[in-house]
Design a protein around this ligand. Structure first.
Ligand SMILES: [Zn+2]
Length: 114
């Protein structure tokens, strides 16, 4: 675990916690965020005289995620791949921040702080 998480100011919010909370607010606020993962699939378009009919398949990216036991997927055009990767990164970072805040609060409960 990150060492800076363990130094908690008594009763008040530590500088670290403030930083984490503001980072989290930024991630879920004015930036795009999405959960899932990008998967690459090879496709055949169906046109008889296309290169894919000769075995050279088209590469396509999909955003895939599971929700309530169901799998959702969305085709991601090449020009949007970088954006989707950024949004996925934001989700990962937000989740990390949330985890750090939860750890701080866990320790707070251990100390019977309110
Ligand atoms: Zn094709």
């Amino acid at each position: 675990m990150d060492k800076r998480i363990t130094k908690i100011g008594r009763g008040s919010m530590s500088i670290d916690e403030r930083e984490i909370r503001s980072k989290l607010a930024q991630l879920i606020g004015d930036r795009g965020i999405v959960r899932g993962s990008l998967v690459t699939r090879e496709k055949v378009c169906g046109k008889a005289n296309c290169k894919c009919a000769r075995g050279e398949r088209h590469i396509a990216q999909y955003l895939v995620m599971s929700q309530d036991g169901k799998k959702r997927q969305l085709f991601v055009p090449a020009e949007m791949e970088a954006q989707v990767r950024r949004w996925l990164d934001n989700y990962r970072l937000a989740q990390q921040s949330l985890e750090e805040i939860c750890n701080i609060n866990w320790e707070r409960l251990e100390k019977r702080e309110r």
